[in-house]
Design a protein around this ligand. Structure first.
Ligand code: PSU
Ligand code: MN
Length: 312
């Protein structure tokens, strides 16, 4: 029988000796997230950034009915071609069905990260409350997953076309701690300032590690979202993004696109309407988040979990 949770060799070795590991989702590196060949290039840059920061990357996904944490080269190649998007709730049924290739979203990946004992995860932008959610009920499972799994999530805020304010409010309701990485503004993916103020600013990985360990000691059950704005040199014009999002969303509605299919459809439309700067912006922010996540993972590795140290 296929093993349900398969931790790659390098990742397992690192975890066993308490060395830093950063979990990575596979949806953004598949064609659902970025067009060929930018998806592969993005993965290569993200992976290199994690390694340069002194941590081991752990690409996650489902292959042949097994949940993989730390895909090897050949496994990663299969995931890049994946077109079945899996949220947290889809993992177990995918395993049961023996799914050949499934790419994991933020919600599925933080679930797998915690199951494997990885404390830090990097992505581009998290899912959240969609515009018009009062009508459609479309709220990403990413938010609940961050509330229930003790994992540090590094992202450039929420996906470009969500309702940033409603998502920000929902994070508060769910008890997900949000800290700004060298900023007091909650970022909105392509733009550095998403319009909401953050109460806590962190300047280095050590501060995040302290907050995360404190959350454990204080009995806070959920995760910690580290909001890292897109590098200034690749930031897009906010008005232009807003306009392109309106158009792309209207087109998706007109075509009857719903649920999990909305993200890939809108991202494709955005890339064609805003043009060439979109993909480099996406890659740059993912790479920056990977570097920040590695710094946090390194700091956490130097700061042993007081709960585990205490023993039984
Ligand atoms: N942000 C992007 N591109 C993406 C995603 C986020 O710019 O492809 C993916 C992530 O995997 C995220 C998922 O977890 O979309 C959320 O999808 P949904 O809204 O269906 O939960
Ligand atoms: Mn959604």
């Amino acid at each position: 029988m296929t093993e349900i949770l398969q931790v790659g060799h390098d990742v397992a070795t690192a975890l066993a000796s308490g060395r830093p590991v950063v979990a990575l989702e596979s949806t953004i590196f598949s064609e659902l997230g970025l067009p060929e060949p930018a998806n592969r290039e993005c993965f290569q840059r993200v992976q290199a950034a994690v390694r340069a920061g002194g941590a081991v990357p752990a690409l996650c996904g489902v292959l042949d009915g097994g949940a993989v944490v730390g895909a090897n080269f050949a496994e990663a190649e299969r995931l890049f071609g994946g077109s079945v998007k899996l949220g947290a709730r889809d993992l177990a049924p995918a395993v049961a069905a023996g799914l050949d290739v499934g790419v994991t979203t933020v919600s599925a990946t933080v679930t797998l990260a915690e199951a494997a004992g990885i404390e830090v995860f990097a992505t581009g932008g998290i899912g959240g409350v969609h515009r018009g959610a009062d009508r459609t009920g479309d709220v990403s499972a990413d938010l609940e997953a961050m509330a229930h799994h003790r994992v540090v999530v590094v992202s450039s805020g929420v996906k470009a076309f969500l309702d940033v304010s409603l998502t920000f409010e929902r994070l508060e309701t769910l008890g997900v701690a949000v800290v700004g990485w060298r900023t007091d503004r909650f970022p909105a993916f392509y733009v550095r300032d998403g319009g909401r103020e953050l109460n806590t600013v962190v300047d280095d990985g050590g501060q995040v590690a302290t907050a995360f360990r404190a959350a454990g000691v204080l009995g806070h059950a959920g995760g910690l979202l580290v909001a890292n704005p897109i590098p200034a040199s690749t930031e897009l014009d906010a008005a232009r993004v807003a306009e392109a999002v309106e158009t792309a969303e209207a087109a998706a509605r007109r075509d009857g696109v719903s649920g999990g299919d909305i993200t890939p459809a809108v991202l494709t439309a955005l890339a064609s309407s805003i043009g060439e700067a979109v993909v480099p912006a996406n890659v740059a922010l993912a790479e920056s988040n990977a570097a920040v996540a590695a710094e946090i993972a390194v700091a956490l590795a130097r700061y042993p979990d007081p709960l585990r140290e205490a023993g039984p």
